[in-house]
Write a protein that binds this ligand. Structure first.
Ligand code: 5CA
Length: 441
C-alpha cells in the first residue's frame, strides 16, 4: 500500500474527549471514528488490526475443537421470555419493534439463541461434547460509554457455547476454553491473568475473567507476582493436563475488587509477593449448568437412555476491546509498536529523498516490489512531507520495522530500524530474511 493512496486521516492534536492512551491513539492514527455515542466505524488501519486479532482468536478456538458459525445480531424477544431474562436484563438491552409490532432486540449475548438451535437439532448424547462459537457484533446500551472502543455500545465479541452430558464434561469444556484463552492472549503479545469473578446477568456459579495488566484498566486486581511466572507451553493438551494447568492458575489467589477479601489475600499471598494493580477485562468465561437449558427445555437422550437437561457454559472475548487493550499495553512515550502478530503492516518503507530524484525513487519502488513479492504487507511512504513529520506519523501508525531510504543510500545496503531501537545499515536480502523469521516462522 502506498501512503499517498491510503485512507489514513491522521489528527495532529489529541482529541479532548479522549482521556486514555488507546482512545487517543486510535483517533489520532485514523483507526476509528465515532459515529454516535459509543458507536464507532473502523477505518482501514484499525480494521486491519481488528481482522488480525479476530483471526488469532478464531485459530485458537478451532484448535480447541470449537466450531464456527454465525448467528444474527437481531433476535426475537420470545426466546428471552422463555429463559426468563427478558425483563431482568434491563435498560442495557436495545429493544426494537418491527412493522408487525413483533418484539425484537439487538443481541447483547447469545445464550438463548444458541440454546434454541441446540434444542431443535440435537437429540442424543452421541453428538456431545459440542462447542459452537461465532464472532459477531453485540449491542449493550451502556449507561456511560467511555474510553473509545473499550467500553462502547456496539462491539465485536467472540462468544462460544459448550454443551455436555454432565457436569464433569462441562468442566472439561470449561478447561479447554480457559487454556485456549491463555494461548490466544499470549499470541496477541498480552499477559492475561485469570481471575475468579462475579457472574452478573449471565449467571452460574463458576466464572473467570481474563484481565491484562494496564494502569488505565477499569478493574482493580489483587494477585500474586508468582502468577506471572506460569507458562502455558509447559502443558500438554489432554484433559488431565488441561485440568492441571487450570489448577496451577486457580490455586494462586487472584481476584477483582468485586470478589476481593483482604484477610483471604493476606493468608494466601505473602506480603512480598502481593501484586495490587489495575487491569482490563478482555475475556470472561462461565459455567452455568442448566440455567438456560432447563427453562428452555434443551434435553438429550443420555448414554443411560434417560432424558437429561444439557449442561452448558459460555465463553466471551472482547475482540474489538482487545485492539484498545493491546495499545494500552504497548503505547509508550508517544510511540506505538504493534506486536508482530497483529501489526497492520509488516514493514514501512520511508522515502526521504528529493521530490525529483528519479533514480532513488526507482530504487525505493524496487525495494517495495521485492518486499511485496516476498509476501510482506508493506506501507510505502511516498508522500512529500518532511522527514520529521513522516517519523512522527510512523510513531503513531506503529509498524514495528522501517526501511529508510535517503540521499546517503548506496548499493543494496539500507537503513533498517526496529521502532525504539538503533538503526542498522544492512543488505536488503538480510533484511528480508530477518523479517521472514519474525513474521512467517
Ligand atoms: N455471554 C457471555 C460470554 S459469551 C458474555 O457476554 N460475557 S461478557 O459480558 O463478560 O462479555 C464478554 C467480553 O466482551 C468481555 O470480557 C469484554 O471483553 C467484552 N465486552 C463486554 N462489554 C463490552 C463493552 N461495552 N465494550 C467493549 N467490549 C465489551
Amino acid at each position: 500500500m502506498k501512503l499517498s493512496n491510503f485512507f489514513l486521516p491522521i489528527l495532529r492534536d489529541v482529541p479532548s474527549d479522549a482521556t486514555i492512551k488507546s482512545h487517543q491513539l486510535m483517533l489520532r492514527s485514523g483507526m476509528i471514528r465515532q459515529s454516535a455515542s459509543g458507536i464507532y466505524s473502523w477505518l482501514p488501519l484499525g480494521f486491519k488490526v481488528l481482522k488480525k486479532i479476530e483471526s488469532i482468536v478464531r485459530d485458537e478456538q478451532n484448535k480447541a475443537g470449537a466450531q464456527e458459525m454465525l448467528m444474527p445480531t437481531i433476535q426475537s424477544a420470545d426466546l428471552w421470555k422463555e429463559s426468563g431474562r427478558y425483563d431482568g436484563y434491563g435498560l442495557e438491552m436495545l429493544r426494537i419493534r418491527d412493522r408487525q409490532d413483533r418484539e425484537l432486540l439487538y443481541g447483547p449475548t447469545n445464550e438463548e439463541l444458541i440454546t434454541q438451535i441446540f434444542r431443535d437439532n440435537v437429540k442424543t448424547y452421541k453428538s456431545l461434547p459440542l462447542i459452537l462459537y461465532h464472532i459477531q457484533w453485540k449491542f449493550r446500551d451502556e449507561i456511560r460509554p467511555r474510553f473509545g472502543i473499550m467500553r462502547c455500545r456496539e462491539f465485536l465479541m467472540k462468544d462460544s457455547y459448550s454443551f455436555d452430558e454432565n457436569k464433569e464434561g462441562a468442566i472439561i469444556s470449561y478447561n479447554k476454553m480457559f487454556c485456549a484463552y491463555l494461548k490466544t492472549f499470549e499470541r496477541l503479545g498480552l499477559r492475561a491473568i485469570p481471575m475468579a469473578a462475579d457472574t452478573g446477568p449471565i449467571g452460574g456459579d463458576l466464572s473467570h475473567e481474563f484481565i491484562i495488566l494496564a494502569d488505565t484498566g477499569e478493574s482493580q486486581i489483587f494477585t500474586s507476582k508468582k502468577i506471572l511466572d506460569l507458562k502455558i507451553s509447559d502443558f500438554k493438551n489432554d484433559s488431565e493436563s488441561l485440568a492441571k494447568m487450570v489448577k496451577s492458575y486457580t490455586d494462586i489467589y487472584s481476584a477483582t475488587d468485586e470478589k476481593f477479601n483482604q484477610s483471604d489475600f493476606d493468608k494466601s499471598v505473602e506480603k512480598k509477593d502481593q501484586l495490587v494493580t489495575r487491569g482490563i477485562e478482555v475475556g470472561h468465561i462461565f459455567y452455568f449448568g442448566d440455567k438456560y437449558s432447563k427453562p428452555m427445555k434443551a434435553l438429550v437422550n443420555s448414554s443411560e437412555g434417560k432424558n437429561i437437561t444439557i449442561e452448558m457454559g459460555s465463553y466471551g472475548i472482547g475482540v474489538s476491546r482487545l485492539a484498545g487493550a493491546i495499545i494500552e499495553a504497548n503505547y509508550k512515550d508517544n510511540v506505538m509498536k504493534w506486536p508482530a502478530s497483529v501489526t497492520p503492516f509488516h514493514v514501512a518503507v520511508i522515502y526521504l529523498g528529493k521530490k525529483n530524484d528519479e533514480t532513488l525513487k526507482k530504487k525505493t519502488s524496487d525495494v517495495y516490489e521485492k518486499l511485496l513479492n516476498n509476501s510482506f504487507e508493506v506501507l510505502l511512504d511516498d508522500t512529500d512531507e518532511s522527514p520529521a513529520s513522516k517519523f512522527k506519523n510512523f510513531d503513531l501508525i506503529g509498524i514495528p520495522y522501517q526501511i529508510i531510504i535517503g540521499a546517503k543510500q548506496s548499493g543494496d545496503e539500507f537503513e533498517f530500524k526496529e521502532l525504539g531501537e538503533e538503526k542498522e545499515i544492512i543488505n536488503l536480502d538480510i533484511i528480508i530474511n530477518k523479517l521472514k523469521k519474525i513474521y512467517f516462522n
